[in-house]
Ligand binder design. Structure first.
Ligand code: MCA
Ligand code: AMP
Length: 508
């Protein structure tokens, strides 16, 4: 009986009394104590009737108990589906229903709002709060501790679902197998030299690939410890860095640190490694970071569908503005976006990736899967890139209409569909423009119907009710017409250029 992911990441640490999770309140959970909670949680899942292959949708704050629920799912052969805590009930309704989740775990404070969603989807509803309390925890507390026998899984069995939005239409559930997650964790521990001596400063959310798989799976495999913070809070991060050896973050983490003069060489001289990803790290941030701290940030590149694909080297040159080389076992190539023919070294085209990290497909979307995942295993990333003669990959742009704000993906189409439905709006266009804190932020251009006066306050209220906060336009502009080319296509480049500096600080 084997469960490759559990056997590699967690089984070796059963009974180990060294620290796994350091919490913000100063307390610590050992590997053994954490795995004890995971075992109890796995027993609770079974008691609830959750079976191998079932989906468990989780909309809960970051806590050791939420992480233990993830491990319990792996051990019980259940598919873990984490959901951004910022999602509104309207957004969650789709994910819970589409995934066919049998159990929906939410925050106790939101139980009333979530009950209709669970009822419609036919899912059981349980609660788990940031403090670890809730109806699920009550059930977990009555279960036996260690001794849950890992459910046998093959490498190809599903371990997790992560929804990613699409440039058109509905969000897609990316199905990730045990092998996808395990192969990536092994490659990253190897190339980034993680060991049991490492302490990772973990301030990322755990509902995305970055915080859950890259950070947590790597630390579990290495047998190290995490300083597990509920979110990125500058004061807390500055206070805890002296106890860490490594940190992973989105570029916003690093620009926020650089904005504070207390972040200096003395504070982080002891650190082994800073890693950045999820969004482009500006070359100027890379250089400013080195000048201030003496550390060269190691930038890597990945996607929800593939986990990590490339990384700058640990020992060699960490080249600013590039995302480094293909990871061991992963192939990358650049192809013509139309013909899909492979391009020459140095040419810009669509980046394709292939390897054990590449997902199994989109849940119940065989056509979408075929569009992006070729029969020969190559996945079309939607990112435009160049590979230099020495193998460094540079992401030069996106072939997909996508905004990345503070590491969160925002699909303009989704916001446009919402805006177009607002009273008095004839049409809309949503673009991302540079933002000093979030890298990019959202500008919405609204075209009113003839004679209509738009009620922007009402639109803002509706946006708060329907869209996760990070997706809301930070700036709304009204125009009589959208710029279009002769084919009638909206010229988003024109809009991006026109509003390029709306978020830039004014220089007097
Ligand atoms: C929060 N807000 C945001 C964002 N985050 N607005 C735009 N972009 C954001 N990223 C808004 C909230 O809606 C709220 O708005 C206000 O900011 C304050 O919320 P708060 O939570 O306090 O914000 P924050 O602490 O400033 O958060 C910024 C953050 C956070 C620390 C950068 O967004 C973050 O942790 N980002 C990491 C995302 C991540 O893990 N991405 C990995 C994806 P209002 O006041 O109006 O209500 S995985 C991935 O991309 C691939 C696989 C990869 O390669 O890793
Ligand atoms: P997600 O759908 O959340 O997995 O986001 C994946 C997307 O984030 C990729 O397709 C890229 O567009 C972007 N991304 C991730 N890491 C980087 C990076 N280091 N540089 C540039 N873009 C990145």
């Amino acid at each position: 009986m084997t469960n490759p992911l559990y056997d590699a990441l967690f089984a070796p640490h059963e009974g180990k009394t060294t620290a796994f999770v350091h919490l913000q309140d100063g307390s610590t959970l050992s590997h053994a104590a954490f795995l004890d909670i995971a075992d109890r949680t796995a027993h609770a899942l079974v008691a609830l009737g959750v079976k191998p292959g079932d989906r468990v949708a989780v909309h809960a704050e970051k806590s050791p108990q939420t992480l233990a629920l993830y491990v319990a799912c792996i051990k019980a052969g259940v598919v873990f589906l984490p959901l951004n805590t910022a999602y509104t009930p309207k957004e969650l309704d789709y994910f819970v229903g589409d995934s066919g989740a049998v159990l929906f775990v939410c925050d106790p404070a939101q139980a009333d709002a979530m009950a209709p969603i669970a009822a419609t989807a036919g899912a059981m509803l349980h609660t788990l709060g940031a403090d670890g309390a809730g109806s699920l925890s009550d059930l977990v507390a009555c279960q036996p501790g260690t001794g849950f026998a890992a459910v046998s899984r093959s490498a190809d069995d599903l371990a997790a679902f992560l929804y990613t939005s699409g440039t058109t239409g509905r969000s897609k559930g990316a199905m990730l197998t045990q092998e996808n997650l395990l192969s990536n964790a092994q490659a990253l521990v190897d190339v980034w030299r993680f060991t049991a001596d490492d302490v990772l400063l973990h301030a990322l959310p755990i509902f995305h690939s970055h915080g859950l798989f890259v950070a947590t799976n790597v630390m579990a495999l290495a047998g190290g410890a995490m300083i597990f913070l509920p979110k990125f809070d500058l004061e807390t991060v500055l206070a805890r860095l002296p106890q860490a050896t490594t940190m992973m973050g989105v570029p916003t983490f690093y620009t926020r640190l650089l904005d504070d003069p207390r972040f200096d060489r003395d504070l982080v001289g002891h650190m082994r490694l800073f890693i950045s990803g999820s969004a482009p790290l500006l070359a100027e941030t890379h250089r400013a970071f080195e000048a201030r701290t003496g550390h060269r940030i190691l930038e890597r590149y990945g996607m929800t569908e593939t986990s990590m694909n490339t990384s700058n080297p640990y020992d060699g040159e960490r080249r600013a503005g590039t995302v480094g080389f293909a990871l061991p076992g992963v192939e990358v190539r650049v192809c013509d976006p139309e013909t899909r023919a492979e391009l020459q070294v140095g040419e810009i085209g669509m980046l394709h990736v292939r390897g054990p990290n590449v997902f199994k497909g989109y849940w119940q979307m065989p056509e979408k899967t075929r569009e992006e995942l070729q029969d020969d295993g190559w996945f079309i990333t939607g990112d435009l890139a160049r590979i230099d003669a020495d193998g460094y990959v540079t992401i030069v742009g996106r072939g997909k209409d996508l905004i990345i704000s503070g590491g969160y993906n925002i699909y303009p189409k989704e916001i446009e569909v919402f805006l177009d439905a607002q009273p008095g709006v004839k049409e809309s266009a949503v673009v991302g423009v540079p933002h000093p804190d979030f890298g990019e932020s959202v500008v919405a251009v609204l075209v009113p119907e003839a004679g209509a006066t738009l009620d922007l306050a009402a639109i803002e209220t509706a946006a708060r009710a329907e869209l996760a906060g990070f997706k809301r336009p930070r700036r709304v502009e009204i125009m009589a017409d959208l710029p279009r080319n002769t084919m009638g296509k909206v010229q988003k480049n024109d809009l991006r250029a026109r509003f390029a500096s709306v978020f830039q600080p004014k220089i007097d």
